[in-house]
Ligand binder design. Structure first.
Ligand code: UD1
Length: 453
């Protein structure tokens, strides 16, 4: 088995990705020729109005794409968002020998000829979720060589739960030259308990357990919709999984799975970001093609800020207040308020009437947006993982820098309401997680221009 890493160059892997050109390079090493050097120039002060359609969920598409490695054959994924991150996952799969066609939000992945088991540092460092291929590779091929992702802009973000869980399943993983390496692995069922709820580790172990010998129990499992849906997709392919949507997931290993044929669920974070954009501009927007059930915590928070919100079956209508009320918000695992909306809700609080307190219990260091919001006139005091935001009467436009996906979204929201012009550089972060955000905002009446830097 090839765990030593065959030298597929970038061209070799790109050649396997048909139809969609790879224009944006995610991560911190943008190529000068790509869209990654773009900036957004936003003129603030226009209330948003109209209807916007939500794309497929990034955080659901990524593990489902990785899960295609569990079964040989032709998989079909619909409603896959066209993002730098989904293209990176396609590259990772291409590197492993899968053939990918990505066109018009349909991703066809043929995993018949997967013959390499290496996810290289160059790709994994640009997107941590690349590590999702580890469990499926070990489960189906008994071998993997996957780069450790390294740190990220908002803290160490360990992967110990992935590592320890797979080890408990008999993987006997080693760290060699910055890579997690497993050789001649035969996974068997294990009882794994997570004290910290981890979306990624739950997905990783659930995928691995589908083809392990015997039964795996994951205690302290994540119940984010992305995880529950991943489990449901695998069940439709022949996996035996119980307890989806609860904190104890039980997986009885089966011999093989059939290929995936599924439609990716709507992106609840993108939907909530548009709701917050309507709220901060005092606009009226209908967020379409979303699942309101997945948005409960965000909707409830926006209502507390004074928004008028009506949830339908597949849409949410929102009207923003003249001035938002101050909030107290604490991020928690689903169904609590998502850490992926912490930065955007902080943007809203910068112009709220009074003092807001925002606590992130998931990522204690996820506050790179704070100094950038301050450049727009926000008054924020940071004490460890607690931000106290004193609402100001107005923000004023300035050049700012995007630092990660959601921090960038927060800057966009603040810019929509700031007086004058805000120029947001390094928006390749935004392109990792939001499909055509600038165009969708323009369609809602915002003044947003994408320019080359
Ligand atoms: C996923 C999401 C990310 C979101 C996060 C929390 C994807 C691709 N990304 O990231 O957008 O912000 O969930 O909702 O779905 N932890 C450990 N050890 C581990 C793994 C995690 O201690 O091995 C800790 C983390 O440091 C963090 C907490 O567990 O404090 C939750 O992290 P986790 O749910 O694993 O986040 P990701 O899956 O990386």
């Amino acid at each position: 088995m090839d765990v030593g890493g065959r030298a597929h160059g970038p061209l070799a892997s790109d050649a396997k990705l048909e139809h969609e050109s790879l224009t944006a390079t995610p991560g911190d090493a943008p190529s000068a020729t790509s869209k990654s050097m773009d900036a957004l120039v936003i003129q603030g002060g226009r209330p948003l109005s109209g209807r916007v359609a939500v794309s497929g969920a990034k955080n659901s598409a990524l593990p489902v794409m990785a899960a295609t490695l569990l079964a040989s054959g032709q998989h079909v994924l619909r409603n896959v968002p066209s993002l730098a991150d989904t293209r990176t996952m396609a590259r990772v799969l291409g590197q492993l020998g899968a053939r990918i066609e990505f066109s018009d939000h349909v991703c066809r992945i043929d995993t018949t000829d997967v013959s390499s088991f290496e996810a290289p540092y160059d790709l994994v460092r640009t997107m941590r979720a690349s590590i999702y291929v580890l469990g499926p590779l070990l489960a189906r091929f008994g071998a993997a060589r996957v780069s450790l992702p390294g740190g990220c802009a908002w803290g160490p973000r360990p992967v110990n739960l992935h590592f320890e869980g797979l080890d408990a399943m008999g993987a006997r993983l080693e760290i060699e030259h910055g890579y997690i390496v497993g050789k001649d692995v035969r996974l068997r069922g294990a009882h794994v308990r997570h004290e910290t709820v981890s979306v990624g580790a739950t997905a990783q172990l659930m995928m691995a357990a589908t083809l392990a010998e015997g039964t795996t129990v994951i205690e302290g499992a994540a119940i984010e919709p992305d995880i529950t849906v991943l489990g449901e997709v695998l069940v439709r392919c022949g996996a035996r999984i119980e307890g989806l949507g609860s904190r104890i997931i039980t997986v009885h290993g089966v011999k093989s799975l059939s290929p995936i044929d599924t439609t990716i669920i709507p992106d609840r974070i993108e939907a909530a970001t548009f709701l917050a954009a309507a709220a901060i501009t005092g606009g009226s927007v209908t967020v379409d093609q979303c699942d309101p059930e997945h948005l409960r915590a965000s909707i409830e928070t926006l209502e507390r800020a004074g928004c008028d919100v009506h949830a339908g079956e597949r849409e949410v209508r929102i009207s923003g207040p003249v001035r938002p009320a101050a909030l107290s918000v604490t991020t928690e695992p689903y169904p609590g308020f998502p850490t992926d909306m912490q930065a955007q809700i902080m943007a809203l609080c910068t112009i709220a009437d009074g003092e807001s307190v925002i606590t992130d219990t998931i990522y204690l260091d996820r506050f790179t947006h704070v100094p950038e919001l301050a450049r727009l006139g926000a008054e924020i005091r940071l004490d460890h993982n607690v931000a106290t935001v004193l609402g100001v009467d107005r923000l004023s436009g300035a050049p700012v820098m995007a630092t990660d996906i959601r921090a960038s979204a927060a800057l966009v929201l603040a810019a929509l309401v700031a007086e004058g012009e805000t120029r947001i550089s390094r928006i390749y972060h935004l392109d990792r997680g939001y499909e055509a955000l600038d165009q969708k905002l323009v369609d809602l009446g915002a003044s947003v221009r994408r320019v080359k830097e």
